[in-house]
Design a protein around this ligand. Sequence first.
Ligand code: ATP
Length: 584
Amino acid sequence: MCMKKFKGINELRRIMSFMRPRMLKYSIGVIGNNLSAALGLNIVMAFIYKDMVNSAVNRDITLLVKSIIIALVTLTIASFICTSLTYMYNKCIRYTMTEIRQKTFFHMECLPINQFERRHSGDTLSRMTNDLNNIEYIYADGISGMLYAIIVGVSAAISMFALNWKIALYTIGLGIITFYINTCFANSFRNINDKIQQGYGKMTELISDLFSGIQLIKLFHLEDLILKKYNKSNDNIKDLIVVRTRKYAVLDSINSIIGGLSFIGIVIIGGMMALKKNTDFGTVMAFIKLQGNISFMFFQAGSLITEFQRVLAGASRLFELLDEPIESQIENMHSQSIGSNAIEMRNVVFQYSSEKVVLNNFNISVPINQKVALVGSSGCGKSTIIKILLGFYTVNNGSIEVCGKSINSYTLPELRNLMSYVPQDTYLFDGTIEENIRYGKRNASQQDVIEAAIAANAHEFILNQPEGYNTQIGERGARLSGGQRQRIAIARAFLKNAPILLLDEATSSLDSESENQVQIALESLMRGRTVIVIAHRLSTIENADKIYVVAKGKIVECGKHEELINNGGLYKKLHELQFKNIAV
Ligand SMILES: Nc1ncnc2c1ncn2[C@@H]1O[C@H](COP(=O)(O)OP(=O)(O)OP(=O)(O)O)[C@@H](O)[C@H]1O
């Protein structure tokens, strides 16, 4: 049987669960509105129709006036009720959709970093916009349309049985066939809609790549290649929609043929009855109207099920996001201190996925207020250490202490409050310079913001901007130079004033003037704090209290700059390599 494996029932249940807080109002609105529309504007009208035809046939003016008055009163009352109740349930829909958006956004904020790395931002964007917005269809047209069809159809069927049960059986029989055929198509529509929604997700990925990589596209003349990918994705959606349209066309023709058969049958049966004087002409007209309503119910219910499948395909993609587990931290029962260092990592083992161990029995100690540098070749695991300390990932084995306590004994906000992180590629939000600095401490006074900017060597360039601290910096701070963005990030860290500073040096991408400005700001930020710096230029860490050299996820050397040079190991090699590159 086609109905036995109706896909999407769980998604439908879940969509309705969002409406729970205002279910009563929504139900009254939808049911009341459809009852008055279906009964007032349809069924009563069928009977009035009958009286009007009979009054014309029998030249009965009193019956005509009576039916006109009833029609006017019914129409006025039903329209008034419908408008008020439509407003009522639409308000419920607005509030519920707003809540779903809030919930989704908040959930995304709470997801661990690796979930963001797993999926393309374009695809996520498509789920959070297209797929989410489509849910509104269920609340508005879907449920309401289905209810309207059922009320109109059932009340028409009852009225028809009251008038003539044989005609009623004939019409309902054909209606059931229509409904059955429509539901047979439902799962195949769902499968195709799943593919179309995935296709839209892929297309949004390509659009998002166009924005993020436009410079690269132009630089390497990738226009053709990217366009080809876009066209492929676009064509794929077109092909799927053509297939869906073809199926719709087949279904529509079947529906129309059955609708036609139903109508012709009524005309023949009703006409013969009228000729044999078994019924009056008005009743035959009422039959025709009621038959339309019954056919409408089965047709509408069937086509709504296929339309539901389009929306539910998107909803299931949204629910996939909402079902991803949020960032969590397992409370460590043995959080007793094992040292007085600001940071201590012991025998840490970590891997992103099952294939490759990134940190393998990794050990470092960072005493309070000391500056420790991590060096090593690309991909050896330096940034991973920072991500672990920030609580973005949990380790597979070993222990980590921060300020004398196990990392697991902190909540994530507590842990992150202890640290400022200045990454290589600073992210700035669209907004003003002041807003961007203030993210370091949201309740900071304007004076605090200015002082942080002065300390970060940024005050002067900020004052030279068209609107000073109120200057809009554009998406990702596009209207600022790399060095300026970096100094705003440093000002943010000053304002946060955390005792531990994690620094991923970004000096390599800056010119010497900018590098100098940023270096001055960083030196000042590092003063009086515990610092872990990932050094890309070894010249900047010659004065570090300790340098750890990382290779293959392990510490292979450690000491001060001179000691490591004298040891003649990996550090010396890296140093010579860099020196040679600069000399060239
Ligand atoms: N999100 C991730 N998922 C899976 N593997 C990752 C992820 N991030 C990094 N890696 C892998 O982990 C290893 C260490 O990467 P990491 O970014 O820590 O290196 P790094 O020393 O900071 O390199 P670089 O100096 O080039 O920035 C690399 O082999 C990298 O491919």
